[in-house]
Write a protein that binds this ligand. Structure first.
Ligand SMILES: Cc1cc2nc3c(=O)[nH]c(=O)nc-3n(C[C@H](O)[C@H](O)[C@H](O)COP(=O)(O)OP(=O)(O)OC[C@H]3O[C@@H](n4cnc5c(N)ncnc54)[C@H](O)[C@@H]3O)c2cc1C
Length: 485
């Protein structure tokens, strides 16, 4: 049985190996010179940066790809657990740290916010309970529309409680947390799905558990070592990887798929697309248009080589904006770059010293923006850069502008160009309502037999762990329906 996988992002690489490991004949097509998609590598003079993802969670789900192919993951990549995960900075210049130890986190939160340690701990335990239930029912489920799915969905709704369904995350946190800094902190987890805390339902507070209870990790060498490890696995298993093969059309003739690329055509029994869901539909010739307001956020990233080291910065750092509500309204309602953005700074040279020159740091500086190809131009980027520099300089008590000696930029336009993501969206559709959450695109195409979807724009969701889970779900769906030989 011949399977063609379209795209060598993390989801595509994982499903290719899983299926090859089960005996399928697998060809993996990638338009770029290298694998990784959003998780690629950027090198500037003396500095290296992970282009997209920076927070690595659920290493066991990555290990499972190797184990399912009877390989030892430690022969392919290694990682370490972080004891200090993220530093959160607030407007009044106070900050707290999230540690791998919840007690320590709660203490740090209490001293910066006066929110009691006991309340914080019990809040997180509450969301942990909800999360465990959701993981079992939805994340690891396969979303097949049948009676068992409806039964699961109804029992899930009763279990999580109606107020976390009908109130937005921000409203719920205002009512039941009522501490400005802790609210901001919890509201930020909506961005893990590229959504707005002012729209996404309150039960998405459970995403805080990912960082606060499941821990965060660092793959040695950086995130880019993940797609490289998956590529090596695929090669070892005998997946045929064709790079610089841009897929320009997909069609079906009786029971065979025809995949047209810039170099040659491929015939297949099954096609698995790791491309953005919207892009796949368009390549099938379907009219598929979505407005920016339906899409997840995109990002502007400044990759800066900074000629100084700052002890105040950790590996992951978040600097909250002055007016979070306005920021999200600008991103999701007005669809413009926020004037005063929240800024995320990732510095991998804190762990991997060779990612920056001696005495320097590699700053990955990200701001959430709408998924739109019309918002970035010279003026808007210059204005944004100024706002970011002002904010970081004020927190670090030093003008950082003269310290920036190298720079590269990611915008929705370059993200769309590099990875073919629709309008530069990071996670496909946003999760700004219950209906949107429940109607995420399934791994098995509803319309075309023999077509499957994996990656961050389909079920169960965006980010490395969920893209890996989509690959697992899809490999199982295929194994249950099609013999390998
Ligand atoms: C700025 C940024 C920050 C992020 N931060 C995090 C984070 O901290 N933690 C986290 O877990 N996740 C994060 N993510 C999301 C994460 O990168 C993705 O969800 C994850 O890498 C899964 O990707 P994927 O499998 O959907 O494939 P993608 O990375 O989208 O790859 C798709 C692949 O398909 C290829 N392709 C597209 N069209 C064609 C075509 N026509 N022909 C051939 N090949 C094609 C592309 O070139 C690409 O290689 C971030 C993403 C970005 C952009």
């Amino acid at each position: 049985m011949k399977v063609v996988v379209l795209g060598a992002g993390i989801g595509g690489l994982a499903v290719a190996s899983r299926l090859r490991g089960q005996g399928y004949d697998v060809i993996l097509l990638e338009k770029n010179k290298d694998v990784g998609g959003k998780a690629s590598l950027i090198k500037l003079d003396g500095y290296s940066f992970d282009a997209g993802p920076s927070l690595f969670t659920y290493p066991d789900w990555l290990d499972d790809v190797f184990l399912s192919c009877n390989k030892n993951p430690r022969d392919y990549y290694t990682y370490q657990e972080l004891t200090t995960i993220t530093r959160y900075f607030f407007n009044d210049k106070s900050f707290f740290d999230v540690f791998s130890d919840l007690d320590k986190t709660a203490l740090s939160v209490e001293s910066a916010t006066l929110f009691s340690k006991a309340r914080f701990t019990s809040l997180i335990h509450y969301w942990k309970r909800i999360y465990t239930y959701s993981e079992k029912t939805f994340l690891k489920g396969k979303i097949l529309i049948n009676w068992s799915f409806f039964k699961t969905a109804i029992s899930w709704l009763f279990n999580i409680g109606f107020r976390s369904i009908f109130l937005s995350m921000a409203t719920y946190n205002k009512l039941f947390v009522n501490n400005q800094k802790v609210e901001l902190f919890l509201n930020r987890f909506a961005t893990y799905t590229g959504s707005s805390p002012y729209n996404t339902p309150a039960f998405m507070n459970q995403l805080s558990v990912v960082e606060l209870s499941r821990g965060a990790y660092y793959p040695n060498g950086g995130i880019y070592s993940i797609p490289k490890a998956l590529e090596k696995l695929a090669i070892d298993l005998g997946v045929s990887i064709r790079k610089q093969a841009n897929v320009v059309g997909i069609s079906k003739n009786s029971d065979k798929w025809n995949v047209i690329t810039s170099v040659e055509n491929f015939s297949a029994d099954l096609v698995i697309s790791n491309m953005d869901f919207c892009v796949t539909k368009r390549l099938l010739g379907e009219k598929y248009e979505l407005p920016t307001t339906s899409l997840s956020s995109s990002g502007v990233v400044f990759y800066w080589g900074v000629a100084k080291q700052f002890d105040k910065l950790k590996l992951h750092n978040v600097f909250f904006s002055e007016n979070y509500k306005k920021e999200f309204s600008q991103i999701f309602n007005s669809c413009v770059i926020p004037e005063q953005p929240t800024v995320y700074v990732n510095v991998t040279s804190k762990i991997d010293a060779n990612h920056a020159k001696n005495g320097c740091e590699n700053w990955f500086v990200m701001v959430n923006v709408p998924s739109s190809l019309e918002i970035c131009n010279k003026e808007s980027i210059a204005k944004l850069k100024k706002a970011v520099i002002n904010m970081l300089s004020s927190h670090l008590a030093e003008n950082i502008e003269p310290l920036i000696e190298q720079e590269q930029l990611l915008t929705p336009n370059t993200l769309a160009e590099n990875t073919n993501s629709y309008k530069g969206s990071i996670y496909g559709l946003n999760q700004n309502s219950l209906v949107k959450i429940m109607s995420r695109k399934p791994n098995k195409d509803n319309k075309h037999k023999g077509l499957f979807h994996v990656g961050g724009t389909v079920h169960p969701g965006g980010g490395i762990p969920l893209a890996l889970l989509s690959a697992k779900n899809t490999a199982e769906l295929i194994k249950n329906e099609y013999y390998a030989y």
